[in-house]
Design a protein around this ligand. Structure first.
Ligand code: ASP
Ligand code: MG
Length: 427
């Protein structure tokens, strides 16, 4: 008997029918003899609808009240799910985040989990009940208020519960089959991975892959939680996300050890914009000034390049999420004279392509394959950045899909068959 934590995303519990399907899946796990703890998201697009509603009554909703409102979405799905399980003849008990002991800091809308005290969950499990927990929400001890963990936070709830309860596995169910070598909607020949290292998963998630949330993967990595990302809409196995030193459960079951590929996957990101600060005086301290201004605007800088200067002035270009670019531009424009740059150029027609693989540490020539593939495709590169296990390039957005195809093929990642896509969003 194992303790299994399961997380169901909004698309898995979008209506009564889906809730019943999920209930059946939970009951099947219970029937197989396991203890089950479930973290559930709000039904379908509930969170977005609640957000819209809040914005209709107030231009800037009070953060505390917004969390009261948004946390209600998960309360609906958790109670309905418990009811559906009851009607199948099984005991289930639902808990809010605070009842479950999900203790966070006081940052409304982006709270961090600081402690998990699942006393009531353990009691319920000991009494033989299936436990259902509202995802995405917590409680702050100082303010005694309800908090939420940020969009997509139910993944983090599930992983934190798995860590606190020392679960055998944390199964994250969504409407996609697992982690793929690329987004199957961009590259139909993408293949589902058997497993992936959590470090690689973090790089993919940070660079556009949307199946798992970064914070959940980070939490799992820190606390040694085994994640199994799989689909609610099929019974096929998904992808294991393995932390450091973790063994692939399939190999433990006797499957032959697989050779690790050099490149795990290719990620595409259409969500970045490029800002160029042109004609910056080429003297020490200017980059510091510029990026202090950008940081104060709240924009999250990704890639940076600086041109060589011929004339005592230089151009500094960087990328930020599209949603942050207006604030960054405004902040920079406000300090143009102080910094002494000549002008600002904004470009939101870019796309980022990233190749990720832990094998890059030990193999040479990995970047050459990327650059050759792009050059053969006649695709121009505008920016390059690398980490130990990732190479990213910024391209024209209109080139991104073709570039991703070419590069996916060049690294030998193409599968024989087309991947099944259930028109899913991964949530
Ligand atoms: N319902 C929340 C959201 O849509 C949390 C989640 O789905 O994980 O962001
Ligand atoms: Mg949701």
């Amino acid at each position: 008997m194992a303790l299994i934590v399961q997380k169901y995303g909004g698309s898995s519990v979008a209506d009564a029918e889906s809730i019943k399907r999920v209930a059946k899946r939970i009951v099947d796990t219970r029937r197989a003899g396991h203890d089950v703890v479930v973290a559930v998201s709000a039904m379908g697009d509930t969170t977005d609808e609640l957000l819209d509603l809040a914005n209709e009554v107030a231009p800037i909703p009070a953060p505390r009240e917004l969390d009261m409102l948004l946390s209600s979405g998960e309360r609906i799905s958790m109670a309905l799910l418990a009811m559906a399980i009851h009607s199948m003849g099984f005991e289930a008990r639902s808990f809010t985040g605070s009842q479950a002991g999900m203790i966070t800091d006081s940052q409304h809308g982006a709270a961090r989990i600081v402690d998990v005290t699942p006393v009531r969950l353990r009691e319920a499990l000991d009494e033989g009940a299936i436990v259902i927990v509202a995802g995405f929400q917590g409680f702050n001890r100082d303010t005694r208020d309800i908090t939420t963990l940020g969009r997509g936070g139910s993944d983090t709830t599930a992983v934190a519960l798995a860590a606190a309860l020392d679960a055998d596995v944390c199964e994250i169910y969504s409407d996609v089959d697992g982690i793929f070598t690329a987004d199957p909607r961009v590259i139909p020949k993408a293949q589902k991975l058997d497993h992936i290292g959590s470090e690689e998963m973090l790089e993919l998630a940070a660079n556009g892959a949307k199946v798992l949330y970064i914070r959940a993967v980070e939490y799992a990595r820190r606390h040694g939680v085994l994640i199994h990302a799989r689909s609610t809409f099929s019974s096929s196995e998904g992808t294991y996300v393995l932390g450091e030193g973790m063994k692939n459960p399939r190999e433990a079951e006797g499957a032959a050890a697989m050779e690790e590929p050099i490149v795990a996957g290719v990620a595409t990101d259409f969500g970045q914009a490029k800002i160029t600060v042109a004609g910056v005086p080429d003297v020490p301290g200017k980059a510091a000034e510029i990026f202090k201004i950008v940081a104060r605007s709240g924009a999250n800088v990704d890639m940076i390049v600086q041109n060589v200067s011929a004339t005592g002035r230089t151009d500094i270009s960087f990328t930020v999420p599209k949603a942050d670019s207006a604030a960054a531009l405004k902040a920079l424009a406000g300090e143009q004279t102080e910094v002494g740059f000549q002008n600002l150029v904004h470009d939101d027609q870019i796309g980022k392509l990233s190749v990720v693989g832990a094998g890059m540490r030990t193999h040479s020539g990995v970047s050459a394959v990327l650059f050759e593939a792009l050059s053969a495709g006649g695709i121009n590169i505008e920016m390059i950045s690398t980490s130990e296990i990732r190479i990213s390039v910024v391209l024209r957005d209109t080139d991104l899909a073709e570039a991703a195809h070419t590069v996916h093929t060049a690294y030998g990642l193409d599968g024989d068959a087309e991947a099944t896509v259930h028109a899913g969003t991964g949530r």
